[in-house]
Every structure is written in C-alpha cells, then in structure tokens.
Design a protein around this ligand. Structure first.
Ligand SMILES: Nc1ncnc2c1ncn2[C@@H]1O[C@H](COP(=O)(O)OP(=O)(O)OP(=O)(O)O)[C@@H](O)[C@H]1O
Ligand SMILES: [Mg+2]
Length: 418
C-alpha cells in the first residue's frame, strides 16, 4: 500500500461549490485540480438511471441539464443538522441516505486528491460555517458530527474543523505586509459568515491565533436564498404565483415556493403532487398560466428554471445591466426580466439581514469602523453588486478588497492545520 503523503489537506465542502488545497509541512497551500484544471467544482451528484452510473461536479450538472434520466443532488450541505439527513431515498435501485450521498461526494474528493498527490491523504482540516443551523446549538453540533462521520467513513483518520471565515482570513494574511484589522466576509451559496481578525506578518508566526479572532457571526443566508427569491418574484408569476382567480383569491402559493427551492423541486414530480397541481385549475382565471405550470411539472423543467435564474442573477450582477431568464424550453418566446432595479428591490431585505450580521460582528469585536483597515470579500455571492453596495453604505470609507472567491477558504484551512 502506498504511504499517505505528509502534509495537510483542506476541504471546503460548500453548499454550491467545493474546493481542496494541500500543503506539505511548513509549505504554501496549493489548490488541487478537481475537474480538468478547475480547482473548484459544484457540490453536485447525479445518479444516471439510464446506465446506473454516478457523476460529480460540472459533469453531474451537465448530464442533468442535457436531459439524461436520473436524480441530481445539490445543496447537500443544507441538510446537515436536519432530520432529512438520515432519511433514505431510492437512487439507481439502491436505498441511500443523504448522509451516504455526502460521503460519496467526499470519497470522490479524496480520490481526486490522491490522483494529484500520488496517494490518498489521511489528515484533513474541514471548513464549517459559523452556524450550520441558526439558533439551535444541538442541531448545529449534530451537523458537524455528521460531516465528521462522513469524512471518517471515506478514510480520513485525522479530521479537524475550522470556521470558514477564519480560514479565509488566514489565506488573506499571506498577502499582507503590515498589521491590519480586517472584517472578513464569506458569502457563499448557503451561509454568510463574518469575522473580525487581527492579521499581519508578525502575528502569522504565532501558533495560537485565538487572541486575534475578535468576533465571528454568521447567518443562514446565501446565494441559493437569493435565487429562490428572484425565481419567486420574477419567474413564478408566469406560472400563476399571485394570480387572482375567478373567486377573487390568489392561487395557493405553496407550489411556487417549492418550485423555487432546489432541493424540494423533485417532490413536485411525484404522481400525487402532479395530481394536486392539476386540481389547482379552478383557482386560475387565465387557464394558460395553469397549462404552463403543468408543462413545467410534467416535462420536469424545475431545476432548469432554477439554473437559469441563478445564471441570470450572475449576469445581471457582473454586468450591472438588465438581462432576462430564458424560458423558451417551457414555451416558445417565453422569458422573464431580471433587471438591476428588480434585483435590488427583491434582495433588499435578505441583504439588510446579511449586512446587519456584519455590523453585529464588528460591534461584538468592539472595533470602531475607522479602525478597520479593510473588508475582505470571499465566497461567490460576495461578488453580488447589490450586496457590495449595501456593505459599502454600512461601512462607508472602509476599502473593499476582493479575494479568491472560490479557493480562499480551502487554502486557509491548510494554514490553520499546519
Ligand atoms: N459573480 C457573481 N455574482 C453573484 N453571485 C455569484 C457570482 N458568482 C457566483 N455566485 C453565487 O455564489 C454562490 C456560490 O458561492 P460559493 O461557491 O462561495 O458557495 P459555497 O462555498 O458553496 O457555499 P457556503 O460557503 O455557503 O457553503 C452561488 O449561489 C452562486 O450563484
Ligand atoms: Mg463557502
């Protein structure tokens, strides 16, 4: 048997994307290629029911979007700490729990690390959000214990955890040439995490950094919540959300909430759910909207819509310009607008709660805004323009520094373990 390589592996198991970094003792972290040259990959598993194969990452998402028959699993991290984690589901004729699916994903990460390093590592530092579950310490502890169990089940024998925003800070510290007090912001797919830390070349030499972490806060809001809200507000009205029926009442809204929530979509394809949706017809004044809804369910366009909404959000944010969500696969010529103004308006309250969590972190740290040298941004959703504007308005005058959006946490995990 090949001996495990000496060093530390960092695994950032994200709600949307995962990344891994490696460092030999005392060395610098390097990101591990996961799919071709890409060093981040979607946290996605696809069970192909045509040939019973299993696919991961971009490959999983692509298979699904190409219309291959099977089940796509995403947002697996959101299930940690929830009773759903141990519930089983049938994929490819096998009964598996979501915990097993997480372990399958981690096993693939470990295999890919082994390919890059020559042998499978045994020592790992895993990232964890400040809160897996808000306001429930028992479920939060359960979430970490479940992730630990999954990591051990696939062969990691030395597993420790580090908070994701602290890992991001330790990565940023490598770039600093002077002592700084920094608000680190990690806005991902599922959670927003904040930490105020003292960083610098001299402090970096200390083994115990607990004194330098002045405060950490976190809230369970991330990019998937933005996608949910944008889908509900911009796309679901085309299928009847808030549509007033012949009796002057709105169509019952539950189905639109589920259809905008990635991990609930597949339940709507069950025969019983389809029958219930069919019965909604009498709540519609405009039968065309109901027909559209039925087409989406019967032709299973739910995840495709969710994917298109996310892409439109990213385009709208990156270009700071209006765009559209293409829905031509539902009905020829159909699309939904995604404008800068609509995005700003619909995300306002989620962003306000996120920024309030950042403010709380700075308050807990007891640091005046004027004493913050920078706000360091990491995580895919930290690139969202309306978020950056809201944050800048709250912390006027503090420079925003954009970091490595998808690899920073993984690299920092390695530094916290060496
Ligand atoms: N340019 C962009 N503008 C806005 N959002 C973006 C952009 N690029 C990616 N995103 C969003 O970032 C999110 C993924 O970010 P990231 O990979 O950092 O999350 P994660 O680490 O998987 O999640 P978490 O840390 O919450 O577990 C997705 O919701 C994606 O839509
Ligand atoms: Mg993350």
């Amino acid at each position: 048997m090949t001996r495990p390589p000496q060093g530390t592996l960092g695994i950032d198991f994200g709600t949307s994307n995962s990344a891994m970094a490696w460092a030999a003792p005392g060395g610098s972290a390097r990101l591990i290629p996961l799919e071709g040259a890409a060093t981040a990959m979607p946290t996605a598993v696809f069970y192909n029911s045509e040939d019973l194969s299993t696919h991961f990452g971009r490959d999983a998402v692509a298979q699904y979007l190409e219309g291959t028959e099977g089940r796509l699993m995403r947002s697996l991290k959101s299930l940690l700490g929830s009773p759903l984690l141990l519930e089983t589901t049938v994929v490819n004729h096998r009964q598996v729990s979501f915990q097993d699916i997480i372990a399958t994903f981690l096993a693939t990460l470990r295999e890919r690390a082994a390919q890059a390093l020559g042998a499978a590592p045994t020592r790992v530092v895993m990232g964890r959000p400040v809160h897996f579950v808000d306001d429930d310490p028992a479920r939060d502890a359960l979430a970490e214990a479940s992730l630990l169990q999954a990591a051990q089940a696939v062969g990691f024998t030395d597993v420790s955890f580090q908070l994701e925003p602290i890992a991001a800070a330790l990565d940023y510290e490598r770039r600093l040439d002077r002592e700084s007090t920094v608000l680190v912001v990690d806005l991902g797919g599922g959670t927003s995490d904040f930490t105020v830390v003292r960083l610098g070349p001299e402090r970096m030499q200390h083994a115990d950094r607990a004194q330098d972490v002045l405060a950490t806060t976190g809230v369970h809001i991330g990019g998937t919540d933005f996608d949910h809200k944008l889908s509900l507000e911009q796309v679901m009205p085309l299928l009847g959300y808030r549509h007033i029926g012949p009796q002057g009442r709105e169509v019952p809204s539950r189905i639109f909430f589920d259809l905008s929530t990635w991990h609930l979509i597949h339940w709507l394809y069950q025969p019983r759910a389809i029958a219930q949706a069919q019965e909604l017809w009498s709540n519609y004044a405009d039968a065309r909207l109901h027909q559209r809804l039925m087409r989406v369910l019967q032709q299973r366009h739910g995840h495709h819509i969710a994917h298109e909404v996310e892409q439109a959000k990213i385009r709208c944010s990156q270009g700071d310009a209006d765009t559209t969500v293409d829905l031509a696969y539902v009905e020829a010529g159909l699309s939904a607008p995604m404008t800068v103004a609509a995005m700003q308006a619909h995300l306002h309250s989620l962003l306000a709660r996120t920024v309030a969590c950042a403010r709380e972190c700075v308050l807990q740290a007891g640091v005046a805004d004027g004493a913050l040298d920078a706000i360091y941004l990491t995580g895919g959703s930290s690139a969202l323009r309306p978020f950056q504007r809201a944050l800048q308005a709250e912390f006027a005058g503090v420079p925003l520094v954009e970091g490595d959006l998808f690899g920073g946490v993984a690299s920092g995990l390695v530094y916290s373990g060496s």
